[in-house]
Design a protein around this ligand. Sequence first.
Ligand code: SF4
Length: 629
Amino acid sequence: MRSRQLANRKPISNSIGSHLFAIIDSRNVQKEILFDWECSSDKKEWAQHMFYQSNNYIRINEENLIEVRNSCSAYTELSYLKKICQFWERRLPSRPMYNWERGDVKDLLSEIMVRTVLDDFKCLLYSPSRLASVSSIFLRSHYALIDGKIPDGLSFLFDGKFKRDAMVPLIENCDATYAEWSASGSYGSVPLAINSLILGNSINIVESEKTLVAVCFFRAWKKSPRHVAGCFRSATKSGRDILQDHSTRRCLLGSILTEEFAKVGLVHIAELPWSSVAEFTSYCRLVGKACMTILLSLSGHRLGELISVNSTDWEYRNDEMFVKEEIEKTLDSIKIPRHFSRLCEVAIRTFWNLSYVDVDIHKMPLFHRGYSSVLAKIICKGGNVQQWIYSYAAMNDNTLREWLDDYYKCEVIPLCPEIKNIHPKIGPHQFRHSWAEFALRRFDDNVEAKIREQFLHKSYASTRKYTDGKLKESVRYALEHDYLTEIVNRIAENPLRKDFMGPAYLRVKKALQKLRILHLSDVEKYIEEIVESVENFLAFEWGFCVMFRDAKNHAKCHDRFTGFPNPVGRGCVQLCTSCPNSMNNLAQRDELIRIAYCHTNIAETHPVTAIGQLSADIVRQIERRLEEE
Ligand code: SF4
């Protein structure tokens, strides 16, 4: 399959049987999909029918382009359809799909899910998300066939049980269980201990005196721009920098810089910590890398979402920072405001401050090159600053991946060389998975203190157990159990304090009334009984899922295929806020308010009415939950 950007050219045709599809998404990204597949035309037509049935497909517009929600997802989906069709042609050329047997689909999976090229990862399988994509195609084909919407499709359900049966033999080669593999995600995650090390190092850099000196330098320079190289020791005849010069003779920039230092308590700085502009630029780059890892670790946002942020995209509401991001994979990539925690805010503001231009005036990308001496030169010469920012300031995905790789190898591994064997390769998406895994403590009331406590501990050995994948499940269970016990104890100690809300909290509170008639020696046992009656305890940004064994049936997140609750896969604000198993603490209540704010924005601005309506419904639901308080 080939795809290329369309240069404002109309497609030939977009109907079933066409050799070419031309698609366009809400960001106006256009692509051309060529069906040069190695299979018969009836199979290609089946794939095209399937594509028209997908969630990604919206309509064929007036210009005869296929409107899709996201062109990248559409392209990916068609690439899976191509794999299926080519397998079909090779292995079962004359058999309709409704006559396929389970063994045929398993054969297909062993082709699609097993990597042919080995890399650093021990597991030879592709990610669970790849399996999810393939299974959703087959499920859709099954239902569409039953509903008579397509001429052919799978006759049996590609459900959770079938997935497990098909994957277990393939996983056996990977020294893992199905549960471990399916929880691993596509990129794995950064183990807690290593994430602690990375984050601790990054916070140290961002909050260091050296970084504050750099921020002051940029502030001062913007007030009195001059040749940058001449500010540093290596480029001056006297071998003195602007600060040292200022103390011996009049230097305007040196004098302003001294004032800036005085404002932030850096009066003791007598010389700049960098001897040349190259050293200084390299340090700014290091701070950028540290800021990026803080944002990836603590926000859980995708790299692409962070890349979409510009310095004009943020605002404060009730002293909290909201930054507008393009949400990948959902919401048609429109920009919506998202909340950032204080440490993320520090990282964002710090990196924007490392710029020769005022980012409140000039639209600067979050990950930028505004610290480049080339920009300083352009400013001094009165050149076109905006043009330079537009052409050179932004950093792309690949550069940032290199930054992360370089940061890990040069700054983190030297701190503890052993981690190279445990986690040799790092990628931005791994932080997203780690973020989800560390969810428990992060949503406690004193979030920042907990984050620091969790991420800044120095004892690597004590957290070594977290790096052992096989212990992951039991460690997670122990953490959840301990934390739930702590919460129930907190409620028991002070039932009048309104630290929690929601139906699950009311249930715990009611059960704890019995404590009044219990002997002190039985209290601990009774609290343990309450904790044990909870089958699943999970933390989301918006609340805890406290799924009591006897309230499982009332869970709102039932999986329509298995019939069981699926908190990990289906838990969301919309379902949880109306579920009897949910509970919120104060931090999560605040998060609900932020989510309501974001959805209000979507409800008011989204071009697709149905999506706007969905957001309006979520806002109403959150309001109801907050009113219950
Ligand atoms: S809907 Fe939410 S609160 Fe209810 S059981 Fe599912 S995940 Fe838990």
